[in-house]
Ligand binder design. Structure first.
Ligand code: TXD
Length: 314
């Protein structure tokens, strides 16, 4: 059988990028090319990670580079390049700065990997998916934002800790934009199939919903410099693994909607089937009026960011 090594390029060798590279290689999912604008940084981290391969028992290669030519024919491009949030800084403060960075890195990367699937990570996430769509010219199936996997992972953690059960048995449903307007849906969250609403009082659920919304900021406040990266890197691995192994996992991801959930032309987090061709299907569930209104508000805040970016360009 011919040997086919899969190739993932991770742009940005900072906290999320380097940890995602580690997770992807150690899971045996693909070879990883780590690229950054800072000379030596991706090479140093890649070398360190490569030297841990014999101890971690995997055979993936990890390379560091500053040259996009090395990333040619990547199957997946993970974009983490940008500035991270500092305490007191909102995701939206990052908007203009990171839009410029994302435009630059995506145009260089897709030049060498025109058939790749892009997984966006840089914040503000939903707006950066718009920038990546526009810059790459890729169809919406191949430009996917990572946020919902992280947000639902946080919600699952808090539910599991509160109930004293395994987080593997908790399934949590989160819709909407990444940020303060995310829409966790307790109604569709379960513990081993049992609706969460049967196991927890509404006030307790609401407290966990609030903690989930604030999940990123809670870590930022503790770290004092930089933002979360272990759980974000695990979330990236989940998505890359589902794509490269065609698992067709149902995951909440930020994708461009064209009428689904009554939203047109905006990137919003919704459940999708994620497989070898990227977004294989968007799963629509009937929402209550209140949930639909919360989702519309979330989409509205993404529209606001796009307008800010357009104003900055003109
Ligand atoms: O849920 C989510 N989507 C997120 C998003 C969860 C966690 C982090 N989130 C965002 O990802 C965060 O707000 C940032 O916008 C990115 C990356 O976060 P990270 O914590 O990894 O930031 P670092 O450690 O500062 O790393 C960023 C790297 C750093 O090495 C820079 O040198 C590099 O990006 N960088 C570039 N690389 C290549 N090309 C260019 N132009 C460039 N500019 C900066």
């Amino acid at each position: 059988m011919p040997v086919c090594r899969r190739k993932v390029t991770v742009i940005g060798a900072g906290n999320v990028g380097a940890t995602a590279a580690q997770r992807i290689a150690e899971a045996g999912v693909a070879d990883v090319y780590l690229i950054d604008v800072v000379e030596g940084l991706p090479q140093g981290k890649a070398l360190d990670l490569a030297e841990s391969a014999p101890l971690q028992h995997h055979d993936q290669m990890i390379y560091g580079t500053n040259d996009y030519a090395d990333t040619t024919e990547s199957d997946v491009i993970v974009v983490t390049a940008g500035l991270a949030r500092q305490p007191g800084m909102s995701r939206d403060d990052l908007l203009i700065k990171n839009a410029g960075i994302v435009r630059s890195v995506v145009s260089q990367a897709v030049h060498y990997s025109p058939d790749a699937i892009i997984v966006m990570v840089t914040n503000p996430l939903d707006a950066m998916v718009h920038v990546a769509l526009e810059t790459s010219g890729f169809p919406r199936e191949r430009v996917i934002g990572m946020a919902g996997v992280l947000d639902s992972g946080r919600f699952r953690t808090f539910i599991a800790q509160d109930l004293g059960v395994s987080s593997s048995d908790v399934s949590a449903f989160v819709l909407g934009g990444h940020g303060d307007t995310m829409v966790p849906l307790p109604r569709l969250s379960t513990v081993a199939g049992i609706p969460l609403t049967e196991l927890m009082k509404p006030e307790r659920i609401e407290a966990l919903v609030q903690r989930t919304r604030n999940g990123g900021a809670e870590v930022v406040a503790l770290l004092k410099s930089g933002s979360a990266f272990y759980a974000p890197a695990s979330s990236v691995l989940h998505m890359v693994d589902s794509i490269l192994n065609d698992r067709k996992r149902v995951l909440p991801c930020a994708v461009l909607l064209r009428g689904e959930y009554k939203i047109d032309g905006l990137v919003v987090g919704v459940p999708i089937v994620l497989g070898a061709s990227g977004v294989e299907r968007i799963i629509e569930v009937a929402l209550t009026e209140e949930e639909q209104a919360a989702l519309q508000a979330s989409a509205g805040s993404v529209r606001g960011l796009i307008e800010t970016m357009q104003a900055a360009k003109s």
